[in-house]
Design a protein around this ligand. Sequence first.
Ligand SMILES: *Cc1c(COP(=O)(O)O)cnc(C)c1O
Length: 355
Amino acid sequence: MLDIKITKTTNPKQKPAADQPLKFGKIFTDHMFVMNYTEGKGWHDPRIVPFQNISLSPAAMVYHYGQEMFEGLKAYKGENGEIHLFRPDMNAKRTNVTNERLCIPQIPEEDFVQAVKAVVDVDRDWVPSAPGTSLYVRPFIIATDEFLGVAPSQTYLFMVILSPSGAYYSSGLAPVGIWIEDEYVRAVRGGMGFAKTGGNYAASLIGQVKAHDGGYSQVLWLDGVERKYIEEVGAMNIFFKIDGKVVTPVLNGSILPGITRDSTINLCKSWGIEVEERRISVDEVIEAQQSGRLEEVFGTGTAAVISPVGKLRYVDDVMVINDGKIGELSHRLYETMTGIQYGKIDDPFGWRVTI
Ligand SMILES: *Cc1c(COP(=O)(O)O)cnc(C)c1O
């Protein structure tokens, strides 16, 4: 149990007006959580302070070799003003999986969850209430040693910042066009594809730029060895519904284990839908499409929850999925998951954590 010292701002910011459209990740709340790590001492000085700039040496290791990690989750406001988190214990677990890969010290899961809850509680009035809006929660850790040698840092900062965010879909679930990248790759087995770390995103930007230039909103990555098997989309995992069965790439070390992915698999199974976690090649998807067996394609991630795919481009092929319309399963998953998140429906899995 952390003994968190709280220093409240004496100069609170103006909150965005309820009818003001919020962008993603542009404005921040009044407070943030900070905790230091020092080798030999462990994590220490957990505190909530006014949101402010931090000062680091230009030689701080994070700037040079990218030793850092991050998480992403949301706080949702229910109809009676209560604030809910969705499976924050899973973010805590994944933090330590990422930390292990990046040689960052472990954080006790309960401390991670306590920190998130505490800072959201201090800024609970910042959780927006318009339909589909939420407070985005961004925990992250950076290496802070002033040292240009390549080695794990001996000091770190763990911080949690908060950003009120608009509805991902301004006018209901909308299908997206996805670019299957056939040149660049995001991650390889043995690398750090399964870890939530900035370096993976740095490697992905060029594909994202290519996709945008081609008129597509997101990239679908193929495996780093044969460029043949489907891995995942930018910041989403990917699902296919083929012949009534749900298929998603198996977690093979180069794919990020999404919490929305796990929730989707659990919901589908609870509805009696068969789910296969296995390798799936781009050829298999094209073949399923050509023979009329590809029923739905959708991405899963905290930002969009469910993102139906209307169009998939691969080299010279453009596949239109389900006539560019939202599939029945995509819709049901979206309604159920957001229903649980906002406290509108029962939570049979115990995923909701109310603050
Ligand atoms: C965070 C992330 C996801 C989605 O994970 P969720 O826990 O469902 O939000 C998928 N892919 C990548 C690369 C990610 O960073």
